[in-house]
Design a protein around this ligand. Structure first.
Ligand SMILES: Cc1ncc(COP(=O)(O)O)c(C=O)c1O
Length: 388
């Protein structure tokens, strides 16, 4: 295409139907104030969910409630060695210590041996994640959590709509976490949800305030417009911190802004379509790339691929590949990040697999602006990058 040299693709999804945003702004969502809660709970097949202004807020508040229940000698939370820094920030915000378990670079799944070696009588909870919406087997971990009397929290921030053995990701563990931030499966701009088997714990979570969220909705609309490949390059060049990973336990905690709830209610029906597209693009990538670069998908799993992970090399990604929306993910493993160090438990044992993932992993875009034709072009470029 004649303009293709001007295009700069975002790495992840920002698409929410524009009319849904306008209708949310005009207050045109039908039904009661808790309609999004009801719709989302029905979608997940659970009785209830709690909404917040972000996934990290809900995780921090959940951990605080769990300590209240279990007593103050439970001071540690076991988290993936390679994950979003916000997970570590939630543990720090709850006043708890971070302990990280290692992961297998070939599958991105927990190294069970490392999980077991990191459990102690101080462990309050274990966080298991489905990175990029790829279902990560959970049975063995459930057994470990049960045997040791620790809570299993399923981090499905990137996995809304994915399934394992026909069950919605996030609803298998004791508690499950979802995010509606930028680049997430349903990218409302911000917001999160938590579900769980113990409704009593969920019901005592208090997030305070009830913001309207006009600014949040305006931001979501602006990002949606500016994510057009013709202008996105400019937006990334501005010092907005876009796409950068920061560790900040001082985040704001509130309930989910009412305008974003309306947007969620009006756009949840588009989620399955977005996920179908992501899977279609991903199947093009997996057919085109050599198997040893790919993360295997477990049997009986329905992944959603918020991004498509490839285990590449540590080589710098050249500009012509960056332009296609290809990025590294989190810059370092949790234990390797200097800002997180003060919040670590002294018992940490090291996570070499997670460090390897941070150094080698690249992600390919799967969002709605990537046509099947574009996906083929991306696969060709990435194959060339991998073979160099
Ligand atoms: C794996 C993972 N867990 C938790 C979160 C926290 O979600 P939020 O950004 O809504 O706080 C995110 C996203 O930032 C994430 O990617």
């Amino acid at each position: 295409m004649i303009f293709s040299g001007l295009l700069w693709y975002p790495p992840a999804e920002t698409k929410i139907p524009f009319m849904a945003m306008v209708r949310a702004l005009l207050g045109r969502a039908n039904g009661k104030i808790n309609s999004f809660e009801i719709k989302l709970s029905n979608y997940l097949g659970v009785k209830t969910c709690i909404l917040g202004n972000s996934g990290r807020s809900l995780l921090a508040m959940l951990l605080k409630e769990l300590v209240n229940l279990e007593g103050n000698n439970k001071t540690e939370v076991l988290i993936p060695g390679y994950t979003c820094y916000t997970v570590a920030a939630s543990v720090a915000r709850a006043g708890l210590k971070i302990r990280a378990y290692d992961m297998d670079p070939a599958t991105l799944s927990p190294d069970q041996d490392s999980v077991m070696r990191n459990i102690s009588d101080k462990t309050l909870a274990f966080i298991h994640q489905h990175l990029f919406g790829i279902p990560s087997p959970i049975n063995g971990l459930q057994a470990i959590a049960e045997k040791n009397g620790i809570y299993l929290i399923e981090d499905a921030a990137q996995a809304l709509g994915g399934e394992l053995n026909g069950v919605s990701l996030g609803t298998i563990g004791d508690f499950g976490l979802y995010s509606f931030g930028r680049g997430k499966p349903l990218p409302l701009g911000s917001g999160g949800a938590i579900v769980g088997k113990n409704n009593e714990v969920l019901n005592i979570i208090r997030l305070g305030q009830n913001p309207t969220g006009s600014k949040d909705l305006a931001e979501t609309m602006a990002i949606r417009l500016l994510s057009n490949p013709f202008v996105y390059g400019l937006m990334e060049a501005l010092p907005l911190g876009l796409g950068s990973t920061v560790f900040d336990p001082g985040f704001q905690i509130s309930s989910m802004p009412s305008l974003l709830k309306k947007l969620g209610q009006l756009s949840l029906d588009t989620l399955d379509g977005l996920n179908t597209h992501r899977r279609k693009v991903s199947s093009i990538y997996s057919q085109a790339l050599r198997n040893d670069y790919l993360v295997p998908i477990p049997a009986e799993a329905t992944p959603i691929f918020t991004r498509f992970p490839v285990m590449a090399s540590t080589r710098r990604i050249p500009r012509e590949v960056l332009r296609l929306g290809i990025r590294r993910m989190y810059p370092r493993a949790i234990l390797d990040e200097p800002q997180i160090r003060p919040y670590l438990s002294e018992g940490n044992l090291g996570t070499p697999g997670a460090s390897e993932i941070a150094a080698r992993l690249i992600t390919l875009p799967t969002h709605s602006a990537i046509s099947t034709q574009k996906a083929e072009a991306i696969a060709t470029n990435v194959s060339r990058f991998l073979s160099q």
